[in-house]
Ligand binder design. Sequence first.
Ligand code: 13P
Ligand code: SF4
Length: 421
Amino acid sequence: MSVRPPAAPARNTTEVPTIPLGSPLLLLGRGADPATERGVVCPGDLPARDDPTLAARAEAAKATLGDRVMVLGHHYQRDQVIAFADARGDSFELSRQAAAAAAPFIVFCGVHFMAESASILGRPDQTVILPDLAAGCSMADMAEGHQVVDAWARLERAGIADVTVPLTYMNSTAAIKAFCGEHHGAICTSSNAPTAMRWAFEEALDGADPEATKVLFLPDQHLGRNTAVLALGLDLDDCVVYDPWRPDGGLTDEELRAARVILWKGHCSVHARFQPEMVTAARDRLPGVEVLVHPECRHEVVLEADRVGSTGQIIRWVDQAPAGARLAIATELNLVKRLGDEHPDKEVVFLDDTVCFCATMNRIDLPHLVWVLEALVAGEVVNEVRVDDDTRHGARIALERMLALPGDGASLRREPAVAAT
Ligand code: 13P
Ligand code: SF4
């Protein structure tokens, strides 16, 4: 049976303003900011977590919806959710899948900025649904649109805005993506950051001298620093950190003018918890272990590792490792556990067990997935993520610039990327 939603389905939509306002603190379920994921409660009746029929209900709803729905699952999602994903991938792969999806409904099992990107890349008649609107990203929350506008004004005062290319990590709001699109910039993910940063220096500003060009990298200082130093061969001293909470970003005009890369003071609350001592401890505990880390980790951790690569690259390395290999991995725990389960012939361990799951990725669970799928079967769209037209326009330019870059970041695969430094 195929179920067609009514012409004008009831919607519970988050419209994204072009430049978000300041962000007062909101607790989950205690007040809500409809323009962001913060403080949001799900309006419907979620199925009970211990309902033993949840998996069967998800399966039945998907079967009923058929090719009208595509479920996308980021690698950091729980197993119970990944089991229902039509495609799984890292941020880059999922953005490609979203851009190519034919289904009118995309259920995005990931976090808010990913659903926004899917909505930007999708057709206007497609609907993107995030099963729990509280699945945000603490890193994306570290850069707000108005702060980026202020930072740009700061670069103008220092006389360097016209030689600076804004490059934002996918993990940022649609408003910041639009800002980049409108200022000759682009977007990158952890799989193509080196390609994107090279493009920013060499091609983004037509005819400009790459040596005189600067990059404003948002919002993850660690990915920006690791890319600039390890992939592009810049010095640590070529990078400065812009702190949006300090007057003038905490930098003098001279510091800004001397810098090649201006890093935003943001980080991932999961990956930044890994420490270099954890690498040493893993090597002591597991002789012969190979340490694989995500480039959102601190530079000191990356320097101690054997390889640094995106989520997709880490998966490929584990797939390719010989039976009996020992691998210690610094990335999100759901993925590391799954890699261990899928490779019983290899010893796959989490680099350190004091680092936990990504709390917001983990908000998407089977009850939320069943809830949104069954709502669709009933002809109701809940938790739609849609970006307003102006923002969408600028953000799409930046996303399309990213998708047009060659390859999926082969240059971050300089193997062993870090051991050689
Ligand atoms: P990738 O999917 O690009 O590896 O990013 C990791 C991440 O932290 C996503 O939120
Ligand atoms: Fe954000 Fe880090 Fe979670 Fe990714 S893992 S969604 S960057 S907090």
